[in-house]
Design a protein around this ligand. Sequence first.
Ligand SMILES: [Zn+2]
Length: 216
Amino acid sequence: MNILIMGAAGSGKGTMAQKIVESFNVPHISTGNMFREAMQAGTELGRLAQHYINHGMLVPDQVTIDMIRERLLRDDCKKGYLLDGFPRTLAQALALEEIVINIDKPIQIVLNLSVEIDVLSARVTGRRVCESCKTIYHIKFQPPKVEGVCDLCGGRLQHRSDDTLEQLTVRLREHVLLTKPVLDHYAAEGLVQYIDATQEIDEVWQDIKKALENVR
Ligand SMILES: [Zn+2]
């Protein structure tokens, strides 16, 4: 199944992406993770991305699009994929459309996780990420068994420095503004499933599961 997941930072998107990957056996294609890994590994792509970031610029669409195309052609995408963090703009959506049609893997469903700002603020400020395996926790909603320690690998849990409230409001507004044309585009194709992400994690997951099972 070819899935696109959308949602602002703190919508629980990362947690849901993990669950989708486990239950539906599709690779998680997160552009953010791919850039981070490429930078850590010091690949050509990583150096290129680092260059833009060092100069305070966004990585150009073409770089991201080339990276996604290459990723979607790998064997593990034969059964589908879960795209996360891309596309963010209409231009990116149109470029992606060309790729997925060319390789005959069109997006079948777009999950849009929507939340209110006050609910988001409670979530994001409590978020912790494992340094080693990147598993996401929340001090209130999804705490680790031992405070500050990853259940899965024993790694240290970090509070991402950009997870502050003021930045959150700005990011949410930007997110809504930027992604509206993308959502409208997919809505016109009848692909968008709106998920109320203000619900409890299990309820959100049940809604997502139902939506995905209907695609099958
Ligand atoms: Zn871990």
